[in-house]
Design a protein around this ligand. Structure first.
Ligand code: DGJ
Length: 694
């Protein structure tokens, strides 16, 4: 890991396996040279830019951060309007600051008081590079920023790339999408105010890669507000991807002396999707997640939502807690319905006091009961929202985003609080803080169940700042609460898995994956979830069979949910003793192996869409232990003696394990190449194989 500089103003960011090469050309412009597997450092030269650094060539030049100005009609990263109405930028190079792992390239406008710092940070152990930009107004007049992205990435091949993202909706998150970008733009432009289910703030580009083979380029934006990911292939067949805050209904007043620091982008090149995931998992655990819980295993939780909905009350929650404790749950979370006049989605949001009909002796009666069973207690909030039918709204109708002349459209009967008003942000902070101060709460599920409309924010001089300011305000409140209550873990949730991006993962300890807890559906959802996010943050509950959860055996449901951070969400009060015993056995087993799942390296070998069955293996970093999950909802034919080959084990280590009643001792090499036979049959076939090095 190092940053090399040549005397031609070329900078080579060297990671474990890659080079990312950029520089400054004779015309003082920032330029991109190369990104991919390592080459010989001495070969990189500014020759590639000679003759291609003319002003009229700007449109095809490979740049690190293109600004709007001159003969340049491709996508750009920054556009501003100066106080005299000039809307073009023309940069000159100022300086480079090269640290051990960091590089800053500074540019400024040739005429106007605007400076730009391009920031790069390389990872100590893997190939992830962090990029962002800082734009400063060094003058005295306001500058209007119309677009400000975080980074532009140029892919090396002139052949077209397939670009992966996700689509989805409530109950159907993380459905993989893939588009071949031969020409034009492929744009993921989120306008709903929060990252949402129907696209992700990232891209994964390849030319025919799979889990183990092929060049993979990817980047993820640490921002869950309106974002834009724009991939395009130009007339010279160069593919670029720009990522950042969306310029949809966006404007920012950059006042004298102010700096706009863009959200960060984490990008990498790997060989195969599997390596991409493992690198991003390690990076997220090590660098992004809030420190308090990043290296601690997450507890097995119970959540009341699927069992009791809004109709919570003290006796029924105590009964559930008794059952949860009996099977080994460590954290009991009461979901929606405990506060204000909250009997349905129609009322109560904003009134964060305990409902005295449901909890006549206060909430401590339940918390003490839960603690008495040796479990921690967690509580649900939706802090950014208000129901018009609430005391808060009746008192402060102006606290929700609105226009006086327009209908405020409700979604799930609720409106969004204007967090850009400091008083409102303070109220939101205090609502959660007061509960954490006064009660023994160790876990907050922070929900968010609508998109933003009528984003009036007339309190701001520049109301279009509200989208970005809202996202920053919600992060700031969560950070403040976490700082004040360091022993409280926070889960990010948004109508299921709507806010599970790397922005959320920079402030929250885990995310709610989806309200779809059907184990069969989860098999593929979890695959796509884990492309860039670690299994540790992926909350997964075992729930009841009902009109949307398919009737799979309880062990099968555990097999799937154990592949993330295990939780339970069924109505335990209705469980038979036999079911409770199955829960107990599986939870005890999960506690033994959860460190391998939550901190290990994931190898996705088979998946139900392509292979009819799923085979995932989690391996400790020293490769001494591993755990494989094999499952299928059902196969079309009985499969006899299917060779199951395992990935991720050490070739030269012999592992002992049991499978289908047989005891084995085999090397990692044998298990990778020859494998062991399995007879796969029956609906809900599932096996867990635990490998130990001998
Ligand atoms: C949406 C979440 O995704 C659910 O898990 C649950 O918390 C409900 N909100 C509660 O209203």
């Amino acid at each position: 890991m190092a940053i090399h500089v040549t005397d031609e103003r070329i900078f080579i960011l060297e990671t474990k396996n890659t080079h990312y090469v950029l520089g400054v050309d004779k015309s003082e412009r920032n330029r991109h040279l190369y990104w991919g597997p390592k080459c010989h450092i001495s070969d990189y030269s500014a020759q590639v830019w000679d003759g291609n650094d003319r002003d009229d060539q700007l449109g095809t030049a490979k740049q690190e951060y293109a600004v709007f100005g001159g003969i340049m009609h491709k996508e750009y990263d920054l556009k501003v309007k100066f106080s005299d109405a000039c809307r073009e930028i023309d940069l000159k190079f100022d300086s480079a600051d090269v640290g051990e792992n960091t590089l800053t390239l500074k540019f400024s406008d040739k005429v106007y008081p605007l400076s730009i710092a391009l920031k790069y940070q390389i990872s100590d152990v893997d190939d992830i590079i962090t990029r962002w930009a800082e734009v400063t107004n060094t003058g005295s007049d306001k500058i209007e920023v119309e677009r400000i992205y975080s980074a532009e990435l140029t892919l090396p091949s002139e052949k077209p790339y397939y670009v992966k993202n996700t689509n989805g909706s409530w109950g159907g998150e993380y459905e993989e999408t893939e588009t071949l970008v031969k020409g034009g733009n492929l744009v993921f432009d989120n306008k709903s105010g929060t990252s949402g289910q129907c696209m992700s703030p990232y891209f994964i580009a390849h030319q025919g890669a799979d889990e183990n083979v092929g060049d993979v380029y990817f980047a993820s934006l640490a921002y869950g507000g309106n974002f834009k990911v724009n991939c395009f292939r130009d007339s010279h067949y160069t593919t670029r991807v720009l990522l950042g805050v969306s310029d949809h209904d966006f404007k920012w007043f950059l006042r004298a002396g102010e700096t706009f620091v863009t959200p960060k982008v984490f990008c990498g090149y790997t060989y195969g999707f599997g390596e991409m995931s493992r690198q991003m998992h390690r990076f997220t655990l090590r660098e992004l997640l809030p420190k308090q819980f990043a290296d601690k295993p997450l507890p097995v939780l119970y959540n009341s939502w699927e069992a009791t909905g809004f109709g919570v009350n003290v006796e029924q929650q105590k009964a559930l807690a008794a059952r949860a404790a009996e099977v080994g749950v460590e954290l009991f979370v009461m979901d929606d319905g405990w506060f204000g006049n909250r009997h349905s989605e129609r009322a109560g949001l904003g009134d964060w006091y305990v409902n005295s009909e449901k909890f006549p002796n206060g909430i401590d009666e339940l918390i003490e009961c839960v603690n008495g069973y040796g479990m921690d207690f967690g509580l649900w909030f939706e802090p950014e929202m208000v129901n018009p039918d609430s005391d808060l709204f009746r008192e402060h109708p102006d606290w929700a985003y609105h226009y006086d002349t327009r209908t405020s459209h409700e979604q799930r009967c609720q409106l969004v609080l204007n967090l850009t008003i400091p008083e409102v942000a303070e109220y939101v902070f205090n609502s959660v803080d007061k509960m954490l101060e006064n009660h023994n709460i160790k876990y907050v599920k922070w929900d968010y169940n609508r998109s933003i409309s009528e984003m009036g924010a007339q309190n701001l001089e520049c109301p279009q700042e509200a989208w970005y300011r809202h996202a920053q305000a919600y992060y700031a409140i969560a950070d403040r609460l976490k700082a004040k209550h360091p022993d409280v873990a926070f889960e990010s949730c948004s109508s299921g898995g709507g806010r599970s991006d790397h922005g959320a993962l920079s402030h929250f300890d885990q995310v709610w994956t989806s309200d779809n807890t059907d184990a069969v559906d989860r098999m593929m959802m979890q695959k796509w979830f884990t492309y860039l996010r670690p299994a540790k943050v992926m909350r997964a509950w075992v729930t009841d069979t009902n009109y949307y959860n398919k009737p799979m055996p309880l062990d099968f449901k555990f097999n799937i949910a154990m592949q993330g951070s295990l939780g339970l969400g069924g109505n335990l009060s209705h469980y038979s003793q036999e079911d409770l015993d199955i829960c107990k056995r599986n939870i005890a087993f999960y506690k033994e192996i959860r460190n391998i799942i939550q901190f290990g390296d994931l190898y996705r070998t088979l998946n139900p869409d392509d292979d009819e069955m799923l085979l995932n293996t989690y391996v400790t970093s020293d490769k001494k232990e591993a755990i494989s999950f094999l499952a299928t909802a059902g196969t079309r034919f009985m499969k006899r003696a299917v060779p199951i080959r395992f990935e991720g084990l050490d070739d030269n280590t012999v592992y002992e394990f049991e499978f289908e009643g047989m005891k084995y001792q085999k090397s990692g090499l044998y298990l990778k190449n020859v494998g062991i036979p399995a007879v796969v049959y029956k609906m809900g076939y599932n096996k867990i194989i635990r490998f130990k090095a001998i």
